[in-house]
Design a protein around this ligand. Structure first.
Ligand code: BTN
Length: 241
């Protein structure tokens, strides 16, 4: 992947572009933009995408098993985690799709399904606040931060992108071949922001408090809700610490 990188200065959303042009884009193509005017987040939310961040989408045609969408999101978070680790940055993974540093969100991942019944694929969209300034988020009343704000390190965005793409390539190919998600579970659980903690879960308008226990082989979050153990699917839930 990443042999073809389409680099925009500004775009509405790299996921939107990848979706619209899915059939014209080759497998592994990357859509990259320095800024997004309508960055998309999970559960219909937006994603603030100011200059200084890294915003990109990777296009995958066919072979991937689309019923495993939540697993791909988590494999992508493993790729981002490992790329940051290589740069001596210790992030925490917040199931199902965010990365945090010092308790602040610096990365969000949005995996989307595309296609028709005979041809399909997925788009993995990754947004990382790298060198963005925190006051931009504060101004917009958004609780987020950037790698630079949290670590003092000025990371080169191209280096970070290159590393993430290499890990995505390696991890996704390995998963496609061996269907072994459990292999990546220790990275997700050992570096989890929420496992072992009390979390607030929102489904639609309903809020509950539960304890996050583990991640299962399907990428579901195992929770303890008043002694009742259940598995949460990533689909519609919103989790707060
Ligand atoms: C979330 O925090 O809920 C997920 C955010 C995903 C943001 C990335 S930025 C690149 C790609 N294009 C988008 O419009 N969204 C994703």
């Amino acid at each position: 992947i990443g042999k073809k990188i389409l680099h925009f200065d500004v775009i509405d959303s790299t996921n939107e572009y990848a979706k619209k042009n899915f059939f014209k884009l080759e497998n592994g193509a990357v859509i990259l933009s320095d800024e997004q005017t309508k960055g998309r987040g999970r559960v219909g939310r937006g994603f603030i995408s100011n200059r200084g961040g890294l915003f990109f989408s990777v296009v995958f045609h066919s072979k991937l098993d689309i019923s495993k969408l939540p697993i791909y999101t988590q494999l992508a978070s493993v790729a981002v985690f490992k790329a940051l680790e290589d740069l001596s940055i210790n992030a925490k993974i917040k199931w199902p799709n965010d990365l945090y540093i010092n308790g602040s969100k610096v990365c969000g991942i949005l995996t989307e399904l595309v296609g028709s019944k005979d041809f399909h694929g997925i788009i993995v969209g990754i947004g990382i606040n790298v060198n963005n300034k925190k006051d931009e988020f504060i101004k917009q009343n958004i609780c987020a931060s950037s790698i630079e704000e949290e670590t003092g390190l000025k990371v080169n965005r191209s280096t970070l992108l290159e590393k993430i793409l290499l890990y995505i390539d390696e991890i996704f190919l390995d998963y496609e071949k061996n269907s072994d998600f459990i292999k990546y579970k220790p990275i997700l659980t050992d570096n989890s922001l929420i496992i072992g903690k009390e979390i607030e879960i929102t489904f639609g308008n309903e809020k509950t408090i539960a304890k996050a226990l583990d991640i299962d082989e399907f990428g579901n979050l195992i929770i303890d809700f008043n002694g009742q153990i259940s598995a949460l699917n990533a689909g519609e839930v919103h989790i707060k610490m």
